[in-house]
Design a binder for this molecule. Sequence first.
Ligand SMILES: *[C@@H]1O[C@H](CO)[C@@H](O)[C@H](O)[C@H]1NC(C)=O
Length: 423
Amino acid sequence: MARLVICILLVAAAAVQGRHEKYEGHQLYRVAGSSADISALEASLDIISATPGARTNSGKIEALIRLSPEVKQKWLEYFDQNDMSYTKIADNLANILRQEEQEIATARASANRNGGDMSWDTYYRHSEINDYIDKLGEQYPELVTVINAGLSYEGRQIKYVRISTTRFENLRKPVIVIDAAVHAREWVTPPVALYIIHQLVVDIVDRQLTDEIDWVIIPVVNADGYEYSIDTDRMWRKTRSRAHANSDACPGVDGNRNFDHHWGTSAASANPCSIIYEGPSPFSEPEIRVLRDAVLRQLSRTALYISLHSFGNMFLYAWGNNGTLPSNGLFLHMAGITMAEAIDELALEDASRYIVGNAANVLYFTTGTSRDWTRAIGIPLTYTLELPGYDYGFLVPPSYVKQIVTETWAGIAAGAHLVLNNL
Ligand SMILES: *[C@@H]1O[C@H](CO)[C@@H](O)[C@H](O)[C@H]1NC(C)=O
């Protein structure tokens, strides 16, 4: 018996070891450059995040970039030649991933002792998240409708929650739509979506928001990618589809380039092996069609759409495709600032303040995003919300989840009140 246990432990240890081996010796660099410099890297490198360069000269943006040992020298020379300054942030990504896994295992062990409820200091599997929202649907049938909206490419059920005190039948109520985990590795986004549901349904912390608004919340859009990022590759961002040319070598599509808005107009997004691959056609991904259809279902009364991403402390609005502002640009900016300020008020002392701005002006041009598509089809307020990453990027340690869900709820609540008062 003892020998069997040891055997199992060894197998488990080997699995843990193996999962992150592909990142052995990969280093993380913070690279500063112009918007054009940084977006030129996007087609060939893993840009983990980009933020306006607070730490460097203004007008530059800073990207966090992963370099494998094989390509490191070549890229550092390229940065030198192009006058892009860089600093090494981490020496061995594999070690960081092992440590993260350890912390999550510890957090999960103590969360499990708390019984079946969601605990806001760890991460959950897709099936656990589905079970949780099913349970809410059973416990609060007057308020919560769980929609089994369709299957992912690999056959996982994508669920979302409709919250309404009037069964979505009062057509005078505004609607707010929120999605999470379009990008697989951005693990802190589903807890934020789940916490919003919890605040509206279980704790009812602000009854007006539950009573006077209808909510549509999709906690895990890219279910396949999310699971793949847990089981196999922590850095995975795209879907897991294999329905495009070269998909055996390079499976998956960037869900946030797959929307039908200036789709197919960016060379960097046309390459299936790029991390920002747009897919073979607009809405090629079943997961993105679920999101599209959830949005279209009550489009005329949807006032606010927020896509949760990680990371960078930013509210980004349209147009990402060309850097001009929509006709309501001033209101978009003002509403973004209202939400950002509500978050900043609760933020950790040394966290970066939120930045609010046009996506292309703050960062660089993007095509086929949900933010631009939802604005183009008529939703007045639409944002990409980049949550905090502190020093960890999207590898946010579970001990920060509570902080992020709490402060972000304050921002969402501020946005919701703005919707009630202004529209
Ligand atoms: C920028 O893109 C938006 C969205 O498609 C479009 O409405 C606008 O006319 C474009 N502006 C310019 C100057 O091209």
